[in-house]
Design a protein around this ligand. Structure first.
Ligand code: SF4
Length: 502
């Protein structure tokens, strides 16, 4: 697992009711959301039949030379797309290829295509039930469980609302989905807690309607933001607008709080605010909460760049100089997640250049978005000290992470989380910081302008919105404290044992 957690996926779907080719919208929708998943990407369009392209790695550059090939390969006025980082299934190349999205399922003259962001907690049980009816299927991503579950219900009832309703009642986990029926109708739905984001919008003439994980997918396509898909809601895109149906009651909204601190792009809208506004407020909060430290500090540094907005807020609150004493080596682009631990240190080292003249003898505050294992922060502190920093205080915009995530964020076990075993003073010793100062829970909630009950805070407070996740978390915690060795990513309770699903 990389030091900073990875998101599961980003989804995008659109329909141009004038009949124009939809591919460019989906392409840009995915390009703008590649931060949500960069292991694979994929498209499915519909022009009387489904057309599919899926591949590993980032969404590629399309050039003047090959755009015609893409349009030929993916015709149709409606389509869906996905960028993926795996949080279910294996991480070997074969599993990554099998797990690429979007998914297309067909049986008994019925078919459905979906793109999914989230994670299914009761995956073993669901898989067994589906296999009883549809037979064995290759499984390397939870999208298959949602897609095949819908297919199974559609074969029974031929009614998508009913199929989605059953899905919402049967699946424990997080799922934000956009998909297409076999006659090319575009739809989207979101789990009854609305854990992962999903929004919709249209062009100014109301010809193009789209669904996107984040609002940046709409912005890049010059589409206007309409609204979030509500938890428990199914929405169809029609030429007369969005057709909305609350298929199950919203149990309680529980939007992932970590989206605000780390995952979502700063220029995306979540709830009523842009993410960068929330992050600036995180910085102001930290300034207020830890004024004893800031009053004796010389400067603020933001490493990595996701700490920039918080650094700005902290600078505003305290008047401290936000020093640009670190610079990125712009073309060193290897991503840390594909590297072995030893290589990872070297790559961080190569990516960031620290200007020692600025740091010598100084007391420095470093803004971080999160501390998961602590490896990256430790490396950065080593570099700062080597360049002469006298004191290094770490300000972390997200509260201490004490438990795993079951909803599509790559933090699967207690053992890998430095915050599950250590308090802030111990963490500071372990990563060689003078102090480590986390955002308070109250500060986090206040900055989002949502109520505490409207956020998922499972990994911070140990209370998870869905019942099975809570049961597994409690059991895992107990076993972890008793020295049980955790392995794998996803866990289920089976015959009083916690077992890995891969
Ligand atoms: S457990 Fe944490 S990371 Fe997972 S959805 Fe909840 S807040 Fe987000």
């Amino acid at each position: 697992m990389p030091d900073h957690p990875k998101e599961a996926c980003g989804v995008f779907g659109a329909d141009d009711f004038r009949g124009n080719l939809i591919f460019p919208y989906i392409y840009w929708g995915l390009r703008s959301q590649n931060h949500r998943g960069h292991q694979s990407h994929g498209f499915i369009t519909f022009n009387g039949k489904f057309n599919t392209h899926r591949s590993l790695d980032l969404v590629p550059e399309i050039t003047q030379g090959n755009i015609r090939d893409w349009l030929r390969k993916l015709p149709g006025q409606v389509g869906i797309g996905n960028v993926r980082y795996t949080t279910s299934g294996g991480t070997d190349e074969e599993s990554l290829i099998t797990g690429m999205q979007p998914s297309l399922s067909e049986a008994e003259k019925t078919s459905i295509a979906i793109s999914f962001n989230g994670n299914v907690v009761n995956s073993l049980k669901l898989r067994r039930e589906i296999e009883k009816k549809l037979g064995k299927f290759p499984y390397a991503c939870d999208v298959e469980l949602i897609c095949k579950n819908l297919l199974m219900k559609l074969i029974e009832s031929n009614d998508l609302s009913l199929a989605v309703k059953d899905c919402m009642n049967e699946v424990d986990g997080a799922f934000s989905v956009t998909g297409m029926t076999q006659d090319g109708k575009l739809f989207a739905f979101r789990d009854p807690f609305g854990i992962r984001p999903l929004c919709c919008g249209y062009d100014k003439d109301r010809n193009v309607y789209a669904f996107s994980s984040e609002s940046v997918g709409l912005d890049i396509n010059n589409l206007e933001y309409d609204s979030e898909i509500r938890p428990g809601e199914l929405v169809f895109a029609t030429k007369d607008g969005f057709l909305r149906e609350q298929v199950v009651p919203c149990k309680r909204r529980a939007l992932c709080a970590f989206e605000f601190a780390y995952f979502a792009r700063p220029d995306s809208k979540l709830g009523n605010k842009y993410v960068y506004e929330v992050r600036e407020e995180f910085g102001r909060n930290l300034g207020r909460e830890y004024s004893e430290i800031t009053k004796n500090a010389d400067m603020i540094l933001s490493i990595p760049e996701t700490g920039n907005d918080a650094a700005y807020g902290l600078h505003e609150e305290t008047g401290l100089r936000w020093e640009r004493a670190t610079r990125r080596h712009r073309y060193v682009t290897r991503r840390a997640f594909i590297l072995l631990p030893r290589e990872r240190y070297r790559t961080i080292d190569r990516k960031i250049n620290i200007l020692d003249d600025q740091l010598s003898g100084k007391t420095v505050i470093v803004t971080e978005d999160s501390v998961v294992r602590g490896d990256t922060t430790k490396t950065i502190i080593q570099k700062l000290r080597a360049k002469g920093a006298k004191k290094v205080h770490v300000f972390v915009t997200f509260p201490r992470i004490i438990g795993p995530c079951f909803y599509g964020v790559d933090m699967a076990t207690y053992g890998e989380l430095i915050g599950s075993k250590h308090n802030p003073d111990e963490i500071a010793k372990l990563i060689n910081a003078d102090t480590v100062n986390f955002q308070s829970l109250e500060g986090l909630v206040r900055a989002t302008e949502l109520k505490k009950e409207e956020l998922c805070l499972g990994c911070v407070i140990g209370k998870y919105p869905t019942p099975l996740a809570q049961r597994i978390a409690d059991e895992m915690r107990e076993k972890f404290e008793n020295g049980f060795k955790e392995t794998g990513r996803l866990y289920e309770i089976s015959s009083n044992q916690i077992v890995s699903t891969h």
